[in-house]
Design a protein around this ligand. Structure first.
Ligand code: DQA
Length: 142
């Protein structure tokens, strides 16, 4: 079974509470259920983690070294600021897909730039939960 690590970053634990008009009504727990359901259907071994701390996300990536065959990451706002997360991804050299629930290219100007995007081999935006499914499918078929 292919091992995939799903990393959700800052404020993703607030899904269902935060800016519902942008991120919808479903909670982080709903997202976990969705990912577990889809990944078991696809025969993938998926671990999901979430943190609001940049350094913790860096550690999750470092610990994935030689353990996971793919990373799916939605770093939240750190997407637009974190050279540290970019460097960690470059260090471990694991195929990575960047996911965003909202379409970061059609919101505030400052959301258009993604440090993660400098490393990720694929970026999926604006598809809500389905973006994670598309990312799982992409890594499965790699
Ligand atoms: C987000 C988009 C980011 O710009 C924002 O800071 C988030 C969520 C998304 O999933 O659409 O926290 O990553």
């Amino acid at each position: 079974m292919k091992k995939i690590l799903v990393i959700n970053g800052v404020n993703l634990n607030m899904l269902g509470i935060r800016e519902k008009e942008i991120y919808g009504n479903q909670s982080y727990q709903d997202l976990m259920f969705y990912i577990k359901t889809e990944s078991s259907r696809m025969g993938l071994d998926v671990t999901c983690v979430q943190s609001n701390y940049e350094g913790k996300i860096v550690e999750y990536i470092q610990e994935a070294y030689q353990k996971y065959e793919g990373i799916i990451i939605n770093a939240g706002a750190y997407t637009h600021t974190s050279i540290a997360i970019l460097d960690a991804l470059k260090a471990v050299q694991i195929p990575t897909v960047e996911v965003h629930l909202s379409d970061i290219n059609n919101r505030d100007e400052f959301r258009k730039f993604s440090y993660i995007g400098l490393y990720a081999e694929k970026q999926i935006v604006g598809k809500g939960f389905a973006g994670y499914k598309e990312a799982l499918e992409y890594l499965k078929n790699k």
